[in-house]
Ligand binder design. Structure first.
Ligand code: ZN
Length: 185
């Protein structure tokens, strides 16, 4: 499995305008927005792309699986916009509980991505950094999975194991040395 990444895009106004323009077409799902808003502690939206929209999106087309647009001010405060963009296929996996073991790894990745981007959307200073946001993601992964309906202890455990599998495949700048991963045994 190749490395993947979950971008924060801190950009100049011109590029924001381009991103905003490119991201005009997308689907949203109230239940996905609700979980993202719960995590972000404010009202946010998840823009769910299909294959054609993903192809047109400059950030996703560059290899990111998801991203949040925002800017960092001169004091180092992070100001994310009120939405995250997710590559094709992730949102749809979060709409209902699915116990198919063949899908479990993909579902874990979708939960991880939703949680990670919602972390960026919180707008705290730490949430502009990939390593701190990803550590926060791993600490909240189990709660998010349960909120989505994965309350069976064995399935929850299996999802957490997959989350660690994906976590370990993120590039080095996503890894906080002091991060304690969820227990899986
Ligand atoms: Zn990120």
């Amino acid at each position: 499995m190749k490395l993947f990444f979950l971008a924060v895009v801190a950009v100049a106004a011109l590029f924001i305008a381009q991103v905003a323009l490119a991201a005009q077409l997308f689907a949203t799902y109230p239940q996905v927005d609700q979980i993202a808003s719960w995590l972000a502690m404010r009202k946010v939206e998840i823009h769910c792309l299909d294959k054609a929209e993903a192809y047109e999106d400059p950030v996703i087309a560059s290899g990111a699986e998801a991203y949040v647009v925002g800017w960092v001010d001169e004091r180092g405060n992070w100001h994310p916009y009120n939405y995250a963009v997710l590559n094709e296929g992730y949102c749809e996996l979060l709409l209902e509980v699915n116990y198919d073991p063949m899908l479990r790894g993909k579902i874990a990745l979708a939960i991880l991505i939703l949680t990670h981007e919602s972390g960026h959307l919180r707008g705290h200073k730490w949430s502009a950094f990939e390593d701190k946001t990803q550590c926060w993601t791993m600490r909240h992964f189990g709660y998010v999975a349960q909120k989505l309906g994965y309350t069976d202890p064995e399935i929850l455990l299996s999802l957490k194991q997959y989350a660690i599998y994906w976590h370990l495949r993120l590039p080095s700048n996503y890894h906080l040395e002091s991060c304690v991963l969820p227990l899986t045994s």
